[in-house]
Design a protein around this ligand. Structure first.
Ligand code: PEP
Ligand code: MN
Length: 336
């Protein structure tokens, strides 16, 4: 971090700032010019409050030269993180295909979808049990019962399962869930992130509706700071002025996040678009952009789905898409 002081700054104030910074455990290198002084800080500056320093009377400007996300960042961890989930892995060249309904609705529904996506090459099964719905009158998910049905589908197919947690009090119900999803609306629920830092399971962290890459990585940092290094980043579309699609898929998220971070990155073309017809082209774009995988909503009867029917594709469409994605992913690998 570099602190640029105002011209002709007061010597007593400068000494007091240098002492205060040294007390925070960072080395301070002072460069005194004819009219302006610059302080170069070396060491762990991640705990320094940049806004507090910027607001000091003698400070002109503060520049970070290092990212504030030390654990999630690539700088101190150059090699890609690969996360093992059951017999599969996320990252490390595997094309992760997480497929399943937005919500678990019944044993028959989740088992039928699980069998078909497994046959099409899905590596994990998704299914929401706790649903963050905009309206309190919409279907809220089967909650604990939904997770029980998801376990049945897991046993039937052998597919590891992914499901969303909304509150840490629900954690005991997630014993048989392999990957815990933190949804877009909870990306900055810092208490939840902190608690999940103690969990011994991978966390699928979705980008908030209007969050920057840095904010997403800082949320990953919350989980990692607690000791849980198994974080999968997920781009799920962001809010823009466009209303034709439910959200706007930010395809740049894949290469940008992979450049800034060693964590695996997957893309959700279903919530990104809100339209089943757009899922296949966006999924292809995600793989072409270097994503480690996709999370796709698949339903056996989309018109009657209790949640997110318009963006759900049918099992047959998923089967065709999975084939195309593998061809694309192999071609990408061969071309490198
Ligand atoms: C979901 O995966 O069904 C979901 C609610 O996702 P998001 O948090 O991205 O809206
Ligand atoms: Mn959904």
């Amino acid at each position: 971090m570099v602190i640029i002081l105002k011209k002709d700054s007061d010597k007593a104030q400068l000494d007091s700032l240098v002492n205060w910074l040294s007390g925070k455990g960072v080395e301070v290198h002072k460069t005194v010019g004819t009219t302006q002084t610059i302080l170069g800080l070396v060491g762990d500056t991640s705990r320094l409050d940049i806004d507090l320093i910027s607001a000091m009377e003698i400070v002109e400007a503060v520049r970070r030269v290092q990212e504030p996300y030390k654990s999630a960042g690539r700088k101190f961890h150059p090699e890609d993180t690969v996360i093992k989930v059951g017999d599969t892995q996320v990252g490390g060249g595997t094309l992760t295909l997480i497929a399943g309904p937005c919500s678990v609705e019944s044993e028959e529904q989740i088992c039928e979808i699980a069998k078909s996506v497994k046959a099409s090459g899905a590596t994990m099964l998704r299914g929401g049990a706790f649903k963050p719905r905009t309206s309190p009158y919409s279907f809220q998910g089967l909650r604990g019962e939904g997770l029980r049905l998801l376990s049945i589908a897991k046993k039937l197919t052998g597919l590891p399962v992914v499901s969303e947690i909304m509150d840490i009090s629900q954690l005991p119900l997630f014993d048989d869930v392999d990957v815990i999803q933190v949804g877009a609306r909870n990306m900055q629920n810092f208490e939840l992130l902190r608690e999940l830092g103690q969990a011994k399971k991978p966390i699928l962290l979705k980008r908030g509706l209007s969050s920057t890459y840095e904010e997403l990585l800082m949320s990953a940092e919350y989980i990692m700071a607690g000791g849980n290094e198994q974080v999968i980043l997920c781009e799920r579309g962001i809010r823009t002025f466009e209303t034709y699609t439910r959200n706007t898929m930010d395809v740049a998220a894949a290469p940008v996040l992979k450049e800034l971070s060693h964590l695996p990155v997957i893309i959700d073309p279903s919530h990104s678009s809100g339209r089943s017809a757009l899922v296949a082209p966006l999924a292809c774009a995600a793989v072409a952009a270097g994503a480690d995988g996709l999370i796709i909503e698949v339903h056996n009867d989309p018109p009657h789905a209790l949640c997110d029917g318009p963006q759900s594709i049918r099992p047959q469409a998923f089967d065709a898409l999975a084939r195309r994605l593998h061809v694309l992913s192999d071609a990408m690998r061969q071309a490198v």
